[in-house]
Design a protein around this ligand. Structure first.
Ligand SMILES: Nc1ncnc2c1ncn2[C@@H]1O[C@H](COP(=O)(O)OP(=O)(O)O)[C@@H](O)[C@H]1O
Ligand SMILES: [Mg+2]
Length: 233
């Protein structure tokens, strides 16, 4: 990625964001006012106990969901001023999301899974396949283009999911427990790929983990508890 002449706005700025879920008349305050900034090229780990609001926060940062209150800026644009399709477009241009459980289409080849986000962007088929193959090469899966997820190991499936997140050349990769379903060998390979993307391409990486060793590799650690940031170092 070419360096910009002038530093642009931070990629993501959260200012006092909250998220309450309403279920059967009961309200759960999953996030109670979180402020943080994700800069270009960042590498941050989010840690905290189960149920503390980590996934809720990631979904908000990734614009898969909207805050109940507070301000969320993506590249300087206030998400509350955007309608759903404008927000989806900004998200597609800025953010790639990786889930713990991969969330691939199981009976669709790796290259088609990875090319899918480009369909929504109106990229032509030949170009989609070229870019999907490049993204799969970037995660060391250039030899698995036509394998289906059902024919791949968990580590390979997570690398396909990373390639899918990467294919739109996002500035930020958000990964919610990306090694949570993997053994340590596959987990290490996934971490090595995320770190290479951060170092070589300047992609900002924000990941949730409950493994202290993985969190310690990040440049900063954000500790969440009871819907609040307890500590950020
Ligand atoms: N879709 C939802 N509907 C209702 N409550 C939810 C929903 N998602 C999360 N919660 C609740 O919000 C809190 C935070 O959940 P979550 O963000 O998934 O935590 P973490 O990822 O840290 O384990 C929990 O109390 C959880 O039960
Ligand atoms: Mg979670």
């Amino acid at each position: 990625m070419a360096p910009e002449a002038e530093p642009g706005p931070a990629q993501i700025v959260a200012d006092g964001i909250t998220r309450s879920y309403r279920m059967e008349g009961v309200s759960v305050d999953a996030l109670r006012g979180v402020s943080l900034t994700i800069e270009e090229g960042d590498y941050a780990a989010i840690i905290g106990p189960s149920g503390s609001g980590k996934s809720t926060l990631m979904h908000l940062l990734g614009c898969l969901d909207r805050p109940t209150s507070g301000k969320l800026l993506i590249r300087g644009r206030d998400v509350s001023s955007l309608n759903d399709s404008e927000l989806a477009e900004l998200r597609n241009q800025t953010i790639g999301f990786v889930f713990q459980a991969f969330q691939l289409l199981p009976r669709t080849t790796a290259i088609e899974n990875v090319a899918l986000p480009l369909v929504y962007r109106g990229v032509r088929r030949a170009e989609r396949r070229k870019r999907a193959a490049e993204a799969l090469e970037a995660v060391n899966l250039g030899h698995r283009l036509t394998h289906k997820p059902t024919q791949m190991s968990g580590g390979e499936q997570q690398r396909v999911a990373i390639a899918r997140a990467l294919v739109g050349e996002p500035a930020v990769l958000l990964a919610d427990e990306p090694t949570g379903n993997l053994d340590s060998v596959n987990g290490d390979e996934v971490m090595a790929i995320l770190e290479r993307l951060n170092k070589d391409r300047g992609v900002a990486v924000v990941l949730v983990t409950h493994e202290a060793e993985i969190a310690a590799r990040a440049r900063r650690i954000i500790r969440v508890r009871d819907g609040l940031i307890e500590e950020a170092v």
